[in-house]
Write a protein that binds this ligand. Sequence first.
Ligand code: MN
Length: 383
Amino acid sequence: MSFYKNHAPKHREHTREVKLPELEGMKALRDEGQIPSRQWEQEVRRGKEFGLECVDSIQDKTEISCFQRGELPHWSGINTFLKTPYLEDVRKVGEYDVAFVGVPFDIGTTYRAGTRFGPQGIRRISSLYTTYNFEMGVDLRESLKMCDVGDIFCPANITKSHDQITKGVAHILSQGTLPMIMGGDHSIGFPCARGVAQCIEGKVGIIHLDRHIDTQEKDMDEIMHTCPWFHATNIPNCPPTNLVQVGIGGWQVPRPGVKKGRERGSTVLTISDIERIGIDKTIEIALEVAWKGASAVYLSFDVDSVDAGFVPGTGWPEPGGFLPREALAILKGVAAEGIAAMEAVEVSPPYDISDITALVAVRAMVDVLASMTKHGRIGGKLH
Ligand SMILES: [Mn+2]
């Protein structure tokens, strides 16, 4: 008791002025009150209709059906991305604002494989999430009409699979729907960008977060995951001067790719650059380069851009990358201006631990969607 009397009251007098309402957390508490719950209520109603009423011994029957149908419980149910409806008839994709699409492909890997299971891993851990983001004050379910179109059929041949991927991505985007692509190794960056470029009149810029430069022409005579941006920037409306590569560095940047970057005039920022200039300036540079004279931007997020300690389940782990929150801040910043499509690549579940790498990919995707929603870049198809 004497310790308390002697120290505590004198130690800290509660007289300093603090402005609590200005805190992001306090603003988020207020803003949540403005978000509707209409879609959630509809989902619960549909769940009870299709999944039958729950039994009498359950007292609070508001959200529980007999057969699980909606978001709850998070551990249960069929794993589409965020448990959005599976769209079997992909001809109807234009009815949606967003289509999640898997690209189970790993024969472009040059060390560890396993990214053919990336879409499965990403979908599985996406069930952990609600559709609401606290800080941004966005509930995706209430703002966007979303579906999961399943996977693109990727046979064990790089060229044929790349052709399939281009057709699939172009189909989604040509219907006015945002493709959110779950890789897959990074070789898919080329066919994905090609699909986007086919749908855009004018130039397409590319914002690429990675530890690796991925700009060499061939690797062991094939277009591997070290090569996507050489080939993407050969597309006439996808010039290398609109390619900005963020987070590149370390011991896994093949010199043939560096040579191409130098010759072609693409822009590279290292982690040290970003530490020195800060996140906001990084976002500004990325937007400036990618959007220069362009009509659209393609966003490529390689999970290995994040420090290897956070992403063990990836093909070429490299220490010294982003903290997850730095990568997310950059992704949200560039998404605020709008994107034509996004890929999250290089998740390799066989090497993952506790789904942590797949979770980073999920988070990147939903943060991008929330940022686009918040800034009025997407939405309008819910009714
Ligand atoms: Mn990489």
